[in-house]
Design a protein around this ligand. Structure first.
Ligand code: 4AD
Length: 430
């Protein structure tokens, strides 16, 4: 019977065969312990010389790290193992012997590990992070489908730029200039006018010259957009969605969070509603805290966000930023047009901004004026303006950065570990 390690619980006391790799091993004179992995999980194989005979025992002792093999044995319950089971080995058939695997159990530096990302992905830690990433994606689809959203897929090759022109990856689209998408938002607004509530999940590209633990050049974003949703409705969707994803990860990734040593008590508190603080109050708070560098009108940097987040156990919304530092499409506050109806959601524990969102301008004249003021091409945005000509309605949306969210939930310091093959400043390999 060929099974995966994850299915071990169904085969207690039965003989099974597992296709796997040897992650690690140790042995004494008469017994060898093989740490086996097959992608679905990890299990310890126990090889007793007396049981298997000289030949198979010699095989077990000499097998090299990352050799692939079929291991046959009896599944046994084992309370001490993190998986609850071990395999009493009867036979080992090596499929391919791995020679001089570069990532040994000793410590390696991050540059070496990044150069070997194609192999590093096999480690227990990376396995746990990828499983948590997968659970966040799964829970995202579940949440938005349950709430009646329709998934739509905006284009990757685009002719217009929602988040400003300085961070665009330009390319040629035959004879025309084109850009890699930095957000699907503008297309999602069109889709929301057709389908009501929509969301997308896809890669986005930013040619940002930032080399921080929060910046990737290529990252994945979840972008919901809702017709008839105003500013406050938008925040409610965000806090419910983020809570849902965190609780799903806690429920379905217990083993992975333990592997990473994540303090799960911090995640258990993540339940809607989330606190809100205005940009005005944030600046006052920062000045009182001794941040003399920040004055009204400045954008907030990572240290500012961290200082604000430290006051809360849950993610915090910073709302109503100055109009002058935000993109052209954001709806001004009806009571004062120097701020817009937007919010950034800052994760606790220093993980920074995970969501950016806003109510969008739905008045044709105002949007046209903003496009002119921002020096954007009216021709390129003609279709976007037309959404305000045929039954325009208030609408809102947001974008959640997947990798920053994975980093926070996993308790991982740097976003480079939260995506299988990170694209960073100066890194396009492997
Ligand atoms: O705040 P941003 O730029 O918002 C938008 O792009 C909106 N158009 C989204 C929308 O309303 N539909 O980006 C949203 C989120 C950030 O909060 C952050 O989590 C993530 O995307 N993000 C990055 N993640 C990794 N590396 C980068 N360089 C990122 N830039 C933004």
């Amino acid at each position: 019977m060929k099974i995966t390690i994850k299915e071990a619980n169904k085969y207690v006391d039965q003989e099974v065969t597992i296709g796997c790799w040897l992650a690690n091993k140790r042995s004494s004179g008469k017994i060898a312990f093989l740490q086996l992995r097959d992608g679905s999980g990890f299990i310890q194989g126990v090889v007793v010389k007396e049981d298997v005979g000289e030949d198979i025992f010699a095989h077990a002792k000499s097998a090299s790290q990352e050799s692939s093999m079929y291991v046959t044995g009896i599944i046994q319950k084992d309370e001490r193992s993190p998986f609850g089971f071990e395999l009493l080995v009867k036979n080992i058939e090596v499929i391919h012997e791995s020679v001089d695997y570069p990532i040994t159990p000793k410590a390696h530096g991050p540059e070496f590990l990044m150069d070997n990302r194609h192999l590093w992905l096999r480690s227990k830690r990376q396995h746990a992070i990828m499983k948590i990433r997968n659970e966040i994606i799964r829970a995202t689809y579940e949440f938005f489908n349950n709430e009646g959203f329709v998934k739509v897929d905006p284009p990757i090759l685009t002719g217009s730029a929602p988040e400003g022109t300085s961070e665009l990856f330009a390319t040629k689209y035959f004879e025309e200039d084109a850009y890699l998408s930095q957000s699907g938002q503008l297309y999602l607004e069109a889709a929301a006018m057709a389908l009501g509530k929509v969301f997308s999940f896809g890669p986005t590209f930013r040619a940002e010259k930032s080399k921080t633990r929060r910046h990737l050049i290529e990252f994945w974003m979840i972008e919901p957009e809702m017709a008839f949703y105003e500013f406050k409705d938008n925040l409610e969707v965000q806090e419910q969605y983020v809570s849902y994803v965190v609780q799903s990860a806690l429920k379905n990734c217990t083993l992975e969070l333990n592997t990473l040593g994540r303090d799960t008590s911090k995640l258990e508190q993540i339940q809607a509603p989330f606190p809100r603080i205005t940009y005005d109050d944030a600046v006052t708070f920062l000045n009182e805290k001794g941040f003399a560098d920040i004055k009204w009108g400045d954008d907030l940097g990572a240290p500012h966000e961290t200082a604000i987040a430290e006051s809360y156990d849950k993610p915090v919304f910073i709302t109503h930023y100055p109009t002058s530092i935000k993109p052209f499409y954001m709806q001004p506050d009806p009571d004062r047009d120097d701020v817009v109806l937007c919010a950034d959601l800052i994760a606790p524990e220093g993980y920074g901004e995970i969501v950016g969102g806003s109510e969008r301008i739905h008045d044709f004249g105002l949007l046209e004026k903003r496009i002119e003021e921002y020096g954007l091409s009216k021709e390129a945005y003609k279709w976007y303006l037309e959404l305000r000509q045929y039954g325009s309605v208030p609408h809102s949306g947001f974008g959640l950065g997947l990798e920053r969210t994975v980093a926070w939930i996993s308790g991982v310091e740097h976003v480079r570990e939260t995506i299988p093959f990170p694209r960073l400043l100066n890194r396009l390999y492997p």
